[in-house]
Write a protein that binds this ligand. Structure first.
Ligand code: LFR
Length: 485
């Protein structure tokens, strides 16, 4: 009784999916309706997202979702990766393909921005960690182009897809916070800052909050997907990390989380941002979450490092590779998995080897050794982020929750527990979709604050517990080795 079906569209850097979530007061059940590849395209002008293919995948997914529930969906929600956007002209037509955040156009742009607003001031005003691809730097890189001269609107990627589905435009808050144009204390635009940097905030559609109505599927979309109208679209934490953290199955308050996928996002949930100079130096970000929360975390390169190696090796069997990696001795060599030097695609095994060589460590040779080097490095980066966050925010941590695609990797989960010296509870693999569905369900009648939603997950979702092995001394030593360089 009281169970409704929702569709969650979740766009990741390497694939998109549409999941059906059936939610009731005592049940949450998530199934995959459709999955499609997300293949960035390298054009003469740079690295671009194939946004029309993604929209096609979303429509296919909604059709498949409808087929699973008699054409009736209570609502649709969309989340995806952050910072990237499409530009629309005055007719509302898309001006070219959205630029990929790994594109090289932002090289050297931050320094230009800092000449107007020093980095320290920028952090104090926005709380966003430095990354070359922050929307602020992308917009600055783009400003002098012919395309930008014709732009009347900027829509972040999930908001762009929502616009195509509904005809309505908005800027969802959690994703807006990753533009570095928001004040995390007031949770609205940083008007003074945008002014000084010559960025016209009127380019953005009005802000909307997770849970707000975001229109309804257009009649053409209903016809194409076979869904029975009306189907409302509901704003969710449209930044995938915001949705994933919503789905962290925490029971108490003294927890850290790590969202693992292409990226690892590791940190704490807070009620106020930490804007200190120390926090900036440690490269922590304050992104906005549901219900007034702040995601205080560090971006770590994540499984991107391994994905790129696997691609370079011609896609060998991952299960076998991980079993072989488990047999390689721990911590022979580590690289800094937070280093933006690993951001661009290509030549990853060589780049990992070079980083080990230039820091005087044994150079991993076999695929298993490279894989183990990456996983040890990730676990070490997880440890540093969790401990740094606890220290900088002055909050004790008893347990680490791991969610997202990386929970399939038992070796990574175990190494993270070993490195942190804390129990790790691995939860939802499709955490972003789960958080997406819960935000919709709440807008459509499910009662509960964030802790209550999380208790519902603890009761209904399978969890795996990893206990730390051995002492953390060798991880501490490896950490010292890395920071000494
Ligand atoms: C994760 C994520 C991160 C963001 C990166 C780039 O998928 O959204 O939070 O920093 O992608 O958008």
């Amino acid at each position: 009784a009281g169970v409704k079906a929702y569709a969650a569209v979740d766009l990741g850097a390497s694939s998109g999916r549409v999941m059906v979530g059936r939610v009731g007061p005592d049940s949450v059940e998530l199934t995959e309706a459709h999955r499609f590849p997300n293949r960035p395209v390298r054009l003469p002008e740079g690295l671009r997202w194939d946004i029309l293919a993604l929209y096609g995948g979303v429509l296919d997914g909604l059709r498949a979702a409808g087929a699973r529930c008699g054409g009736r969906l209570a609502s649709v929600g969309i989340d995806g990766w952050a910072v990237d956007y499409g530009l629309l002209d005055t007719d509302g037509a898309l001006l070219g393909n959205p630029v990929h955040y790994r594109d090289a156009r932002t090289e050297g742009v931050a320094e230009k921005v800092w000449a107007t607003v020093p980095a320290a001031e920028l952090y104090a005003a926005t709380g966003i960690q430095y990354a070359p691809f922050n929307t602020l730097y992308q917009l600055t890189a783009e400003r002098s182009t012919a395309r930008f001269a014709r732009a009347a609107r900027v829509l972040l990627v999930p908001d762009l897809l929502a616009y195509w589905l509904t005809g309505e435009q908005g800027t969802e808050l959690t994703n807006a916070s990753t533009t570095q144009l928001l004040d995390p204390r007031t949770r609205t635009w940083a008007y003074g800052l945008a002014d000084r940097l010559g960025i016209d905030l009127a380019l953005f559609a009005p802000l909307r909050q997770p849970g707000d109505p975001a229109g309804a599927l257009r009649p053409e979309v209903l016809a194409e997907t076979g869904l029975r109208g009306p189907v409302p679209v509901t704003a969710v934490g449209s930044h995938d990390t915001a949705s994933a953290v919503t789905a962290v199955p925490a029971t108490g308050e003294r927890f850290a989380y790590i969202c693992t996928g292409t990226w690892s996002l590791a940190g704490l949930e807070l009620t106020a941002p930490v804007l200190t100079e120390e926090s900036r130096a440690a490269n922590f970000t304050n992104e906005l979450g549901l219900d007034g929360t702040v995601r205080y975390l560090r971006n770590i390169m994540g499984l991107w490092l391994l994905q790129e190696c696997v691609r370079a090796w011609g896609e060998p069997d991952l299960g076998l590779l991980l079993r072989e990696a488990a047999a390689v001795p721990t911590l022979r060599s580590v690289v800094d998995a937070g280093d933006a030097a690993f951001l661009a695609p290509g030549r990853m095994p060589e780049r990992i080897a070079e980083a080990c060589r230039s820091s005087g460590q044994p150079v991993p040779v076999t695929r298993a050794e490279v894989t183990r080097c990456i996983l040890d490095s990730l676990a070490l980066a997880h440890r540093r982020a969790v401990l740094d966050a606890a220290r900088l925010a002055d909050r004790p941590v008893d347990v680490v929750y791991l969610v997202g695609g990386g929970t399939r990797n038992a070796l990574l989960c175990q190494l993270t527990a070993d490195a942190c010296g804390l129990p790790v509870v691995a939860g939802a693999t499709e955490a972003a979709a789960l958080g997406n569905v819960l935000a919709q369900a709440r807008a459509h009648g499910l009662a509960g604050d964030l802790p209550a939603l999380r208790r519902l997950l603890t009761r209904t979702q399978p969890l795996t517990r990893y206990t730390p092995r051995g002492d953390t001394g060798r991880w501490r030593a490896a950490e010292a080795r890395l920071t000494a360089r």
